[in-house]
Design a protein around this ligand. Sequence first.
Ligand code: GTP
Ligand code: MG
Length: 200
Amino acid sequence: MKIKVSEFVKSSSGIEQCPPPEKAEFAFIGRSNVGKSSLINMITSRKSLAKTSSRPGKTQLINHFEIDKKWLLVDLPGYGWSKVSKQKKADWGIMIEEYLLKRENLACLFVLIDSRLAPQPIDYEFIAWLGEQEIPFVLVFTKTDKQSKTKFQSIKAKHVREIKNNWEEMPMMFESSSVDQTGREQILNFIGEIVSDFKM
Ligand code: GTP
Ligand code: MG
């Protein structure tokens, strides 16, 4: 699938403010700094549609982008950022949980995992919760440019083992690099198929 026009729609601090739930929506989530905003820019071929930063905690609201007037990409705040107050963590948790549980047009959630890290409890606790809530998701291993293919294969094997221990079925998995565009076509084709079948 090709993208012609990507536009920022709005930033929301709660589900009530989100755009009307009329079009297929794909949201990106994962730990702070994992590369969610960068991946949105890579997919849309825009340098700074979504704001990125080397400091964790850059994205703090639910940010909607409309693609070709037909579907939506959503940049969410990251979890697991230590330098934030307990109150703020709780507020973000409520905002994200409500969004994930109530957003009717959420077609699929992309859960981003840093490809350099062995399975982390914080990610797998979150993924287990997605399973309990029956929220459809796929995994994306980000920043693959930062290490060799062989190193990544051994880390990926650990993730596969972790998932096999807990799930009957493997979720779809993508690999990505916002630096060299790895994964762009695969992710866009996956989205394209869902968009073409999507009915509210
Ligand atoms: P928060 O909004 O804080 O939760 O972070 P985020 O997940 O949106 O991460 P962001 O896209 O802002 O990227 C964090 C840092 O990682 C930035 O310095 C990016 O340039 C860098 N980065 C993101 N993706 C990649 C990648 O694929 N390869 C490399 N080498 N760096 C990346
Ligand atoms: Mg971000």
